[in-house]
Design a protein around this ligand. Structure first.
Ligand code: KG4
Ligand code: ZN
Length: 361
């Protein structure tokens, strides 16, 4: 039996996280996982403030790592490697986690594995379930909204992406306009309960266009126009949240429907939804319906593995270690604020965020 035990570290956004995971013959066991959220630090600003995030990671990263190692019942020297998110993300936070990982690896003479945060999300369904390759991944979070065809370790093809805001960002922006609090997704979902989803006619951009790209910025603008008119009752607010949530669910499920149609696999089809927005009941339900129509199974990892966590980073590291696919220069890897999973697609068709900093997605 081959066994690889890896310490994973995640600091790319507003979660400081560490986990110890063992991969034995393709089966992952999480020995410990710690997530410290900074939500309260950012709440007064209605969004994540990069400088505050970096400082908060620097303050507690070592404690979070020590706690994860302690709870695993192992010692740092028992690890076969240390993996840390090395991009994409808020660069200050990424550097804190990556430098912590490099220092720990160096201290015990074990390999350091720089992990692409998006690869962590892409592999996250394999943490808990039997989820063999290939599968279609819809990654929907505050920072990303992409369809990715996952055919094997390191084999990711971007099929479509948002051309402006991510779906989570759209939820957060509506919550900000309506003063519902941060993070916005859960607040909008709560407020939408009892609301009429057909009350406001909101746009569903790009839905009639070919391809799998998405767009959510126009939705926010349409909602802003309605809110600007003022005089909204509590029921109006509920109706707007319900209409908005339904518009997002419609866009995602129409795209998922087309993506599943394009996704040619032999045997069982799998649609995986990951990222914070996967917590949304209406969106899950809509995707469930689409998957059923294609004879596919919808796999939604448990919420703690949908949102940012270090277990998925440790898993990505362990899978690369098990495959013997580590680059020789990991210690010299420079943190990357932008690091598309599918670099070829991102370079040939940057969609957005091109320019001198490189493609974003
Ligand atoms: O994956 P995540 O924790 O962080 C990253 O962005 O990487 O996702 C956070 C996003 C936020 O935009 C938040 O508003 C959204 O996920 N979210 C939700 C729900 N819970 C979290 N959106 C809609 N409905 C929810 N229940
Ligand atoms: Zn993430």
């Amino acid at each position: 039996m081959t066994s690889h035990t890896v310490l994973g570290i995640e600091t790319s956004c507003d979660e400081t996280a560490a986990a110890v995971l063992r991969l034995e013959d393709g089966h992952a066991t999480i020995l410990s996982e710690i997530v410290r959220s900074q939500v309260e630090d950012h709440a007064p600003y209605g969004g994540v403030v990069p400088e505050i995030a970096a400082r908060a990671h620097a303050d507690i990263a070592d404690q979070v790592v020590a706690k994860a190692i302690g709870e695993s019942g192992l010692k740092l020297s028992d690890m076969d490697a240390v993996a840390a998110t090395s991009g994409p993300g808020l660069i200050g936070g990424v550097m804190v986690g990556m430098m912590t990982g490099k220092a720990l690896a160096l201290a015990v003479g074990k390999p350091f594995i720089p992990v692409n945060h998006l690869e962590g999300h892409a592999l996250s369904p394999r943490l808990a379930e039997d989820c063999p390759f290939p599968y279609l991944l819809l990654l929907v979070s505050g920072g990303h909204c992409q369809f990715i065809e996952v055919t094997g370790l390191g084999q990711y093809r971007r099929l479509g992406t948002t051309i402006d805001d991510a779906a989570g960002e759209a939820f957060d922006k509506l919550a900000k306009l309506l003063d519902l609090g941060f993070p916005g997704g859960p607040a909008v979902e709560r407020t939408a309960q009892g609301g009429d989803p057909a009350r406001y006619r909101l746009p569903r951009p790009l839905m009639d266009r070919p391809g799998l790209d998405m767009s959510f910025a126009g939705l926010k603008t349409a909602a802003a126009r309605i809110i600007e008119q003022g005089g909204m009752s509590q029921q109006d607010v509920s109706d707007l949240c319900a209409s908005y949530q339904t518009a997002i669910a419609d866009c995602l499920s129409a795209r998922a429907d087309r993506a599943l149609g394009l996704f040619e696999v032999e045997g069982a089809k799998r649609l995986v939804v990951a990222g914070g927005v996967a917590a949304n009941g209406a969106i899950r339900q809509a995707l469930e319906h689409v998957a059923e129509g294609h004879g596919a199974r919808l796999i939604a990892p448990p919420l703690r593995h949908c949102t940012d966590n270090a277990a998925m980073i440790a898993l990505a590291g362990a899978e690369h270690l098990a495959a013997g696919a580590l680059g020789p220069d990991a210690m010299r890897f420079a943190a990357r604020p932008r690091w598309p999973l599918d670099e070829a697609s991102a370079l040939s068709n940057p969609v957005y965020g091109g320019g001198k900093r490189g493609a974003k997605a």
